[in-house]
Design a protein around this ligand. Structure first.
Ligand code: ATP
Ligand code: MG
Length: 556
């Protein structure tokens, strides 16, 4: 598997062109998360893009916390974001920044605008400001405070900083154009009053810059060459440029927009993800059903699979939805190569091999990866009583069913042929056990007389198998896209099934985050938190093939 470098990515060509033409000497990008939640797979697209461009063109990529709204931001989020970026395989080196570290500089620049008559203190409430702004078809109306003198504005702004006014009573606005066709230029708010301590800079401030006033200037301070953001900021670009043109900033970065990732059968906004956490719909930000990087990690996704996904979907400028199966295929591709194989039975059905010596145990050699002999093999114990997958037996086999059935012979993986002789039922008529006979001449899985069987099934020795909790995860939502306010109506109420599975004994020693292919079933990962050597707990990362809508997983 290779991370194909030729997937469409218009920013790659843009950067190459800028370096060639001398527009910039060295590319400097940044990934600018707001620490108001955990990172999700959409952020991975941005991380891979920004860090990837820097890597590819010998530049640098900064990690910058865009931390201008202390009310929603927390230290826990800062730490989780750093860990997620590292886990994904990227390194910001020395280049860790916080927009909040620029607050003093930003404040000074706000005064520069005031002195130049390009910003004013407005006493209108947030609601009034919205009302005065007009609409796409109607020009805005000037605030009655728009023509305050420079002296008054300066004095008021200083008093705002000094903590004299309550939250929401005043804002600082840029004085641009109330009739601009671009609503973002109708005197945008630059600063608001928020008497709230900040997770990074503490209780020093009670006025905070808005995103628009912080972002471009932070880019300029850090010498960013390509400020890459998602398409919804396209309309902010004129404001981004206006601020840089009207302030004595040390450089003029350029903003480029790309289409955000939308992924089917899940939600992506941090606001919605937080709601799932708060409402207890999931176990936390790192619940394996969440599209967060911590959730995907816990589910068993590898960083390489997520990077492959980000490369494969490309970077363009038109909004589109990516099917969840694209992400799932990436982890299948990665793990198919890397994950050692193991035998596990998820829904056990007991099989007694009547003609097998009762006390005999054989250690059978099973390859760790059929495609990679260099990964070696292991010994798996086999005995008279085994478990097979309940679905691998049918009393009345349909046409095309080649596994075990009354009177039928099937191959046990790397073991023997067995033939089903008898069905044992409980009082209620449920099948609880099969009695079989084996052919000792088929050890290893082939018959000396050349007779063939069509089906091969997996098994675990009943005496040696380890019972373990296995969590089978499914899609978070039942509909591909749910955007309205009632998105929670689409929550999949059966997104997790916890079962007691029987695993080959070697899996007892699995370390947290060890990944395996349970043969014929899918990829499974020992839970980061709940699994311990001796008491493994596995999460199903993904089934072997896409079986959504086909009645769930059924081993072929
Ligand atoms: P959300 O709406 O999920 O809360 P956000 O845009 O508010 O996301 P930020 O922390 O501001 O989250 O995002 C950091 C960077 O990640 C930004 O540059 C943003 O454009 C980018 N980003 C966020 N969501 C996506 C997405 N779905 N696809 C691609 N990039 C994204
Ligand atoms: Mg944001």
């Amino acid at each position: 598997m290779s991370e194909n470098p030729t997937t469409s990515n218009f920013l790659r060509s843009m950067v190459a062109g800028d370096l060639q033409s001398g527009r910039c000497q060295k590319v400097v990008t940044r990934f600018p998360p707001e620490p108001n939640g955990y990172l999700h797979i959409g952020h991975a697209k941005s991380i891979c893009l920004n860090f990837g461009l820097a890597q590819e063109f010998g530049g640098t990529c900064h990690l910058r916390f865009d931390d201008t709204n202390p009310v929603k931001e927390e230290m826990e989020y800062i730490e989780s974001i750093k860990a997620s970026v590292r886990w994904l395989g990227f390194d910001w080196g020395e280049n860790l920044y916080y927009a909040s570290d620029y607050f003093e500089q930003l404040y000074t620049w706000a005064e520069v605008l005031i002195v130049a008559g390009k910003a004013y203190v407005d006493d209108l409430s947030a609601e009034e400001i919205r009302g005065y702004r007009g609409s796409l078809t109607e020009p805005g109306k000037a605030s009655p405070w728009r023509e305050r003198s420079v002296e008054d504005n300066l004095a008021l702004f200083r008093r705002m900083r000094g903590g004299e006014f309550p939250d929401g009573s005043k804002v600082l606005r840029a004085k641009i154009d109330m009739s601009s066709p671009n609503l973002n230029l109708r005197d945008p708010v630059l600063y608001r009053i928020l008497h709230a301590p900040h997770p990074h800079v503490g209780a020093r401030w009670c006025i905070y810059p808005m995103y628009d006033f912080a972002h471009g200037q932070s880019d300029a301070i850090e010498g960013i060459t390509h400020s890459i953001c998602t398409l919804e900021f396209e309309d902010h670009r004129p404001l981004y440029n206006w601020l840089l043109e009207n302030l004595p900033v040390p450089g003029h970065p350029r903003q480029y927009e790309f289409a955000r990732l939308n992924l089917g059968y899940t939600v992506m906004s941090k606001r919605k993800l937080l709601q799932l956490v708060k409402d207890g719909d999931v176990g936390g930000w790192d619940d394996p059903r969440m599209p967060t990087l911590d959730g995907l990690r816990r589910r068993g996704y590898t960083p390489a699979a997520i990077r492959l996904f980000c490369e494969r979907i490309g970077v363009g400028r038109s909004d589109s939805w990516i099917d969840l199966s694209v992400l799932e295929d990436c982890v299948r591709e990665d793990l198919n190569e890397k994950a050692p194989r193991a035998l596990a039975v998820l829904k056990p059905l007991k099989v007694v091999i009547d003609n097998y010596p009762p006390e005999q145990v054989e250690e059978l050699e099973v390859p760790n990866h059929p495609g990679h002999p260099e990964m070696g093999s292991r010994k798996v114990p086999f005995g008279r009583e085994i478990y097979i997958e309940r679905d691998d037996f049918e009393e009345f086999p349909a046409k095309g069913f080649f596994r075990l059935a009354p009177g039928r012979e099937v191959r046990l993986r790397c073991a023997y042929f067995i033939r089903c002789e008898e069905i044992v039922r409980d009082a209620g008529g449920e099948i609880v056990e099969l009695r079989c006979n084996y052919d000792p001449a088929t050890r290893g899985g082939s018959a000396t007389d050349g007779r063939k069987v069509k089906g091969t099934i997996h098994w675990v020795s009943a005496r040696h198998g380890v019972t373990a909790e296995v969590r089978l995860y499914d899609r978070l939502l039942t509909t591909a896209s749910s955007t309205g306010d009632d998105w929670k109506a689409a929550l999949n109420t059966r997104s997790v099934e916890v079962i007691a599975a029987v695993l080959e004994p070697g899996l007892a020693g699995a370390a947290p985050e060890d990944r395996f292919q349970f043969e014929r079933l899918g990829y499974f990962c020992a839970d980061r938190h709940d699994s311990h050597p001796g008491a493994p707990v596995f999460n199903r990362t993904v089934t072997l093939r896409d079986s959504w809508g086909k009645g769930g997983q059924s081993p072929a």
